[in-house]
Design a protein around this ligand. Structure first.
Ligand code: ATP
Ligand code: MG
Length: 345
């Protein structure tokens, strides 16, 4: 757990009254409240707190916002890859779209926002990477093909869970999301994002949480949604579309992943889900990507796509990457026009 100790020392993870310490057992804990000395015994309950409870919470939030804005000033595009549905390929597409764009020379970083179920460290091959001081903040580990990656999977082994400590038993649910987003803010403010063409957020599952991320990340962040050709998944993604549409974030479109199965023996794409009907999602489709067992193997071993031979999945990802780029570069009005046309047609 040397890496966890290192990050706890390097990253200024401290809000007033709340410090981030690895436990004596090496587990990284995010306390929900002060647990030092007698304060532990005098811990107030949620309903006892008057005003900000002396926490300077408003000032802290304002300070954090300034740090985040400054830290992301050199980032051209912010894209959150979400869905609402779990296990549909958000992390896979985030990494491999980043790889396809990186191969075109773009400067890319990924923030794995799934703190409790991080996938990027393994997929991107940065498990166990050390977070070391950069010129002003903490430098980000990079993949072999030069993508900067923050993932909790670099500091916490897969056998351990991120813990949210609470001295107020039975009330941690009221603070958990708050602490998670405060933590996300600390990551955004503490690491060197530098000059980037694209920062991609790999979101956790949950339609409600997708909206929370939109709210936290603000209108600068556009959304790319991932679905698979099953009615169950599409139904959840449709809810995410409906929820996100109420806010100011731009919905770039969706990708249909696992759209058929690529059989290497017969070099053909075979049906995987029986879904003849169109998706019904009222946002542009940026492409379809088949299921390729070789891609899953690459993900498990942390090997970049560049080492995949020319395959249908490789070509599909190239196509989606181009569509994503076009969508990001196009004006908001052109995107709205295309969405209207697709809906009408
Ligand atoms: N097109 C694909 N071809 C082959 N394997 C794929 C493909 N898309 C995803 N997978 C595999 O499916 C599994 C789930 O994908 P992934 O972890 O990217 O989903 P997710 O939506 O990020 O999940 P979660 O909701 O848990 O974050 C992984 O093992 C991944 O390698
Ligand atoms: Mg994931």
């Amino acid at each position: 757990m040397q890496a966890a100790v290192l990050i706890a020392r390097l990253v200024p993870w401290r809000l007033d009254g709340v410090s981030y310490q690895p436990s004596p057992f090496g587990k990284l804990r995010l306390p929900l409240s002060s647990v030092e000395g007698s304060e532990h015994r005098k811990m107030k309950g949620y309903h006892d707190i008057v005003g900000d409870g002396g926490s300077r919470i408003l000032e802290q939030v304002a300070e954090q916002r300034t740090r985040i804005t400054d830290g992301l000033a050199g980032v051209r595009h912010l894209v959150a890859v979400g869905s609402g549905k779990g296990g549909v390929g958000k992390s896979t597409l985030t990494l491999h779209l980043a790889g396809a764009l990186r191969a075109r020379g773009l400067r890319i970083a990924i923030l794995d926002a799934d703190f409790n179920g991080p996938s990027q460290a393994r997929m991107a091959g940065v498990q166990g990477a050390l977070f070391v001081p950069g010129s002003r903040k903490v430098a980000l580990p990079r993949t072999r093909n030069g993508i900067a990656v923050f993932s909790m999977g670099s500091v916490i082994p897969e056998s351990e869970a991120l813990e949210f400590e609470s001295a107020a038993h039975g009330e941690s649910h009221t603070w958990r999301a708050t602490r998670e987003f405060a933590f996300l803010g600390e990551i955004l403010g503490a690491f060197e994002w530098g000059t980037l063409d694209l920062l991609m957020f790999d979101l956790p599952p949950g339609a409600e949480r997708t909206v929370q991320y939109a709210d936290f990340l603000g209108p600068r962040t556009s959304f790319l949604l991932v679905t698979i050709p099953s009615e169950v998944a599409r139904g959840v993604v449709a809810r995410s579309v409906a929820a996100l549409s109420k806010g100011p974030n731009r919905l770039l479109g969706y990708v249909e992943n696992m759209s058929g199965y690529y059989c290497r023996d017969c070099d053909a794409i075979k049906p995987l889900f029986v879904s003849p009907a169109p998706s019904g999602l009222e946002i542009p489709c940026l492409g379809t990507v088949p299921f390729d067992p070789e891609l899953a193997r690459h993900c498990d071993r942390g090997i970049p796509l560049a080492e995949l031979p020319e395959t249908p999945v490789g070509r599909a990802l190239e196509h989606v990457a181009q569509q994503l780029l076009d969508s990001l570069e196009s004006s908001t009005s052109a995107c709205a026009h295309a969405a209207r046309e697709q809906t009408a047609g």
